[in-house]
Design a protein around this ligand. Structure first.
Ligand SMILES: [Zn+2]
Length: 447
């Protein structure tokens, strides 16, 4: 494959160790890696992409999602509920979904993320109705061309045992652990530049047992994969933890082996100062999901305090039934707005929010090879067109989160162009949307 040269960008924001910003910059890519970032790089033999008037950034990294939920967006009965009530509205519908629904909904979620400049996404799939398997989503990622961190989620405590989900959506714990091993052995690629890394992810303290939390952690460490779950999402969540376990979520996590640089927790809206210190000491990661937290009125996560304590923080769009969009660039803007609302106008700069969306997410997912534009890093690169009305009159292109597009012009994943001129190149995105709407109507008939 010929080298690709992104040429003469208005500005290249590298997010490298020096946080270099290169005016009139070029980015050279070869065999899925960045070769050079600089000015006037030689173009001979390269496929040249003209980036005049554009901002170039590393690809964004999404650290929390439930891709299957793109099938159930804006469901009327769940539009105005808080977390537990919202889940109870949607569980029966999710139980009626089939493997091809999981495939198509994953692809829709990924298409939406790619268009927003996101090149790597994790997914937390914690229910497997009607023969669904994790690879239904892995195949979706391979086809569309996205770097993917699927996690084998699980629920094991149904309503009859005091849990939140209905009994027909939970699995036996022995079966869960066995399937975790199967998908790790079958699909996890630990090598640098990997396009697929599998993690283990019991759904939440209110839907699995302590034993499964502990066993999943032991399994993950034995296999050398990462661990993910939901933690301290809202006040109901904290109350459940205090009532059922007699302790706060941070201590629960620590007791069961759920802290460390190989662990990341979604939300963490309600972490207190002691828990932030615990996460800092253990380098436990956080997936901050600001739009979902607003949508479900969960609260404002203390991201400023986490960052000051050097807790690794990345961003997540969260499931598409609680956002209900999947635009990671919009999450970055929402992050800075919420931190300012909570802590003052100087609490977070546009540059820091973009850093959390790129480098921060890569750190949370254990990807030293992603999140920045520097020689040897994965060629995950986004070109933002600053020549249209959304950025017109912008004095500082680096502050794209204040005034600029939230849909990318061009996106490269592993050196391959998957978005061109704002359209997915690897599939017909309108046909994909039609397909999903057709399957959504069939799902409505079944429930
Ligand atoms: Zn979630």
């Amino acid at each position: 494959m010929a080298d690709t040269l992104i040429q003469n960008a208005g500005l290249v924001l590298t997010m490298d160790e020096m946080r270099r910003a290169v005016p009139s910059g070029d980015v050279l890519m070869r065999d899925g890696r960045i070769v050079a970032v600089g000015r006037d790089l030689p173009a001979a033999g390269c496929t040249v992409v003209n980036a005049e008037g554009c901002l170039v950034t590393p690809g964004l990294v999404n650290t929390h999602h439930h891709l299957y939920q793109t099938m159930t967006r804006a469901v009327p009965a769940g539009q105005d509920a808080a977390l537990f009530g919202w889940l109870q509205v949607l569980y029966p519908t999710w139980a009626a979904m089939r493997p091809d629904d999981f495939f198509v909904s994953a692809q829709v979620g990924m298409a939406e993320l790619l268009l927003s400049g996101c090149t790597t996404t994790s997914d937390h799939l914690y229910l497997y109705p009607n023969g669904t398997r994790l690879e239904d989503t892995i195949h979706a990622a391979q086809e569309i061309g996205m770097r993917f961190h699927p996690t084998r989620g699980a629920m094991s405590i149904g309503e009859s045992s005091g849990g939140l989900p209905p009994d027909d959506l939970v699995e036996r714990e022995a079966d869960i652990l066995e399937d975790m091993i199967r998908v790790i052995d079958g699909f996890h690629d630990p090598r640098p530049g990997s396009m697929c890394r599998v993690g283990v992810a019991p759904c939440s303290p209110f839907s699995v047992s302590r034993e499964l939390m502990r066993d999943a952690a032991l399994l993950a460490r034995d296999k050398g994969v990462m661990m993910h779950t939901h933690l301290a999402e809202n006040d109901e969540d904290i109350a459940y933890s205090l009532e059922k376990f007699g302790m706060r979520p941070g201590q629960y996590a620590e007791d069961l082996g759920w802290t460390g640089p190989d662990v990341w927790h979604a939300h963490c809206v309600k972490l207190d100062a002691e828990e932030i210190a615990l996460f800092s000491r253990t380098q436990t990661g956080v997936a901050h999901c600001p739009c979902s937290n607003c949508r479900l009125a969960s609260g404002i996560a203390p991201v400023r305090a986490m960052r000051d304590a050097r807790v690794p923080v990345g961003l997540g769009v969260d499931g598409s039934a609680s956002n209900d969009a999947g635009n990671l660039m919009a999450e970055a803007r929402q992050t800075l707005l919420l931190q300012r609302l909570a802590y003052g106008a100087g609490a977070m700069s546009p540059g820091e929010a973009l850093e959390i969306a790129t480098l921060g997410g890569a750190q949370v997912l254990g990807r030293e090879d992603c999140g920045s534009l520097a020689p040897g890093k994965c060629a995950d690169v986004v070109i933002w067109d600053m020549g249209d009305v959304s950025a017109a009159g912008n004095w500082d292109p680096a502050a794209i989160l204040l005034a600029g597009p939230t849909v990318a012009r061009d996106v490269f994943v592993n050196g391959k162009q998957v978005v061109s001129q704002g359209r997915i190149t690897t599939l017909d995105q309108r046909a994909l949307a039609r397909q999903q709407n057709q399957q959504m109507r069939a799902l409505q008939e079944r429930v």
